[in-house]
Design a binder for this molecule. Structure first.
Ligand code: GRF
Length: 289
């Protein structure tokens, strides 16, 4: 049960303890204040008292837990938690569309599918394309869809605080790597914890790691006479192709397959699943967990 909560809220054991304490003390404080206010107003016990009490604790609860969360160092968690509750019950605090930034180095066929998938969607917006190559096909994809595109260079490298500032200023909720060949620096991962995902054209943990990209992956799969390959969508951490796996789908590899034909099969899977997986991740990030 505690482990489940830890996974759901993505916190360590110590933070979970502090969060539970905040819930307990904040809840008790709220009940205490509710009773004090009704006593002060000299409301006599009965059905009216109960209704007023429920109303009061509903109003006081967010204030009390936020107040208690500060000394417990859990303000960020509770701010997020309460805004999700507001969003769920139709409040205004979280009604903005979720904003995606797509990082790509190549042709950009995945970026294209993701953009097409979310076109006209009020809840999700592809707000930014980032590429590290001035000749990448994805730049044309961005232009065709009138999406702002930033090309990384010496003045704006991938590991610059300026890039983090741009992503923060644009209120990016999820960074989607779609054929982005550079390693994501630690600073960026820290600035967007659990908010960077990648797609890999094989069944991780097989055929991943440094140097395992594009056709190299398919060549290795065929050289090893694998009967199956597939796609892996995973969170990004400090190690290449290593973060928590979110989704995998397989395809058969036949003896006739070449790296090129296998790449085609993999691309079909990627186009079919990546946009939907992104949509599901965004949905789960709006839900109160
Ligand atoms: C995809 O196969 C993806 O898995 C890999 O790079 C390729 C990018 O293709 N990381 P595209 O640029 O989206 O067409």
């Amino acid at each position: 049960m505690l482990k489940k909560l830890q996974d759901r809220w993505k916190v360590n054991g110590w933070s979970l303890l502090l969060i539970i304490l905040t819930f307990a003390i904040g809840g008790s404080l709220c009940g205490y204040l509710g009773r004090q206010i009704l006593g002060f107003l000299q409301i006599s016990k009965g059905a009216g008292w109960v209704m007023l009490y429920i109303l009061l604790i509903t109003l006081l609860w967010p204030v009390c837990v936020i107040f208690i969360s500060i000394p417990f160092g859990q303000f960020a968690f509770f701010k997020n938690y309460i805004s999700k509750i507001f969003a769920r019950f139709g409040g205004s605090s979280n009604n903005k569309p979720r904003r995606l930034a797509i990082f790509a180095s190549g042709a950009g066929s995945n970026a294209q599918k993701i953009i097409e998938h979310f076109r006209g969607n009020k809840n999700v917006q592809v707000s930014l394309i980032i590429s590290n190559r001035a000749d990448a096909g994805v730049i044309r994809v961005a232009a065709d869809h009138q999406i702002e595109c930033i090309i990384l260079n010496k003045e704006l490298p991938l590991n610059s605080p300026a890039l983090i500032n741009i992503l923060k200023a644009k209120e990016i909720d999820l960074i989607v790597l779609a054929g982005f060949l550079k390693k994501i620096p630690q600073g960026l991962i820290k600035a967007f914890p659990h908010k960077i995902i990648n797609i890999h054209p094989a069944l991780l943990p097989l055929y991943g790691g440094k140097g395992m990209y594009g056709t190299h992956v398919h060549e290795a799969v065929i050289a090893n006479r694998e009967k199956q390959s597939g796609i892996t969508i995973h969170y990004v951490d400090e190690v290449y192709d290593h973060g928590e796996i979110i989704f995998q789908e397989t395809c058969n590899v036949s003896s006739q397959d070449t790296p090129a034909t296998l790449a085609q099969k993999i691309h079909i899977l990627e186009h079919q699943h990546y946009p939907l997986v992104i949509e599901n991740i965004l949905k789960s990030k709006i839900e109160v967990k």
